[in-house]
Write a protein that binds this ligand. Structure first.
Ligand code: HEC
Ligand code: HEC
Length: 294
């Protein structure tokens, strides 16, 4: 082939590739802006999309779980505590041996699958990572703002035990149910420790930012640095650090702000801001974030 011909072939190949890329971009944009992709939760994703999302999730978890610190030695006490956490926090969506998931869990997309075999599909560190951080855009919550560190690891200890439990063993350990009779109340409520624990030291604005998302503050407030909908249910919090009072009733001090975040209904009965089970530690971190909103 002469040099000229080679050049013509290259030019044609390049033009074709450009054409294909342009077509793909137009198809992608049309899908988004003409609303062609069906987001109804009553339909499952198109199979290739489903596979792509599942693979992306698996690889993402694998990559990030590598940095999880070594798990503690699992004790029998942790397994029992984890069983309580599983019953209180996971059962509603994931179900358990002989126990169906709740209606919300059944109708979610992606469907929260049974966790009876999770320990066979994920490593210990990966299960911890999944439980702690959750899975964005799937409905799997991040539990780090609801369970303390020991409860997180205890839940993982229980997930490791789960594949070996039959229905009777599961009910005995999770519900303390023996011969159909429940002895509820002997396992402490999971997540309660966070609500009474004294917060450690000064607040950390980075954790505060996470907590703002976790408590869905952005559902009602527009907050600088926090992605969320355009909303005016609560006042925008831009420049909040400079405001003299909180909700018109409390002088603006750090202590008062933490109190407002934990129990707005007690501070100002009937206010439209709901109490959201914000732990003392989360309130301290959120207050640190808001203090930077000059
Ligand atoms: C509000 C519903 C909900 C609750 C409550 C919930 N999950 Fe999930 N979970 C999900 C969804 C949705 C997925 C994603 C399923 C997918 O992408 O295939 C998921 C996925 C997972 C996965 C990876 C699933 C797999 O089979 O590969 C693990 C592990 C997990 N959850 C653990 C937990 C634990 C532990 C708890 C309790 C502390 C919990 N989940 C509570 C909804 C929930
Ligand atoms: C359901 C909607 C809603 C949610 C969720 C919500 N708030 Fe509010 N918030 C309000 C409303 C309404 C007010 C005004 C209350 C009043 O003045 O009585 C308010 C007031 C406030 C104030 C005082 C603002 C001022 O100008 O004095 C702060 C600070 C605040 N919210 C922070 C938060 C944080 C942090 C969260 C998450 C933990 C949160 N809010 C969640 C509705 C909400």
């Amino acid at each position: 082939m002469s040099q000229n011909k080679t050049r013509t072939v290259y030019a044609a190949v390049f033009a074709t590739l450009l054409g294909v890329a342009a077509l793909a971009a137009v198809a992608g944009l049309a899908t988004v802006y003409l609303g062609l992709y069906n987001v109804a939760a009553s339909e499952q994703h198109w199979k290739p999309v489903y596979q792509l999302l599942e693979n992306a999730m698996h690889q993402s978890v694998r990559l990030r779980a590598r940095n999880v610190e070594r798990p503690p030695e699992f004790t029998e006490t942790m397994v029992l505590r984890g069983a309580g956490c599983y019953r209180d926090q996971c059962l509603q969506c994931h179900g358990g041996p002989g126990t169906a998931q709740g209606d919300i869990g059944k109708s979610m997309q992606p469907l929260p699958g049974p966790l009876v075999d999770a320990a066979r599909r994920w490593s210990t560190k990966e299960m911890y990572w999944l439980t702690r951080h959750g899975i964005r855009m799937s409905g799997m919550p991040a539990w780090e703002h609801r369970l303390d560190e020991e409860e997180l690891w205890s839940t993982v200890a229980f997930l490791e035990r789960l594949p070996g439990l039959d229905v009777a063993a599961f009910k005995a350990i999770a519900f303390e149910e023996v011969d159909g009779a429940r002895r509820a109340g002997t396992i402490g409520a999971c997540g309660a420790a966070r609500m009474v624990m004294a917060p450690p030291g000064a607040g950390n604005p980075v954790l505060g930012r996470q907590a703002l998302y976790q408590h869905a503050c952005n559902a009602c407030h527009m907050i600088p640095g926090i992605t969320g909908p355009e909303t005016h249910v609560g006042p925008p919090l831009a420049g909040f650090a400079g405001r003299a009072n909180i909700a018109g009733v409390l002088p603006h001090t750090t202590e008062n702000l933490e109190r407002w975040l934990r129990e707005p209904q007690a501070v100002k009965p009937g206010t439209a801001m709901p109490a959201m089970d914000v732990s003392p530690a989360d309130a301290r971190h959120i207050a640190a974030y808001l203090a930077d909103l000059k």
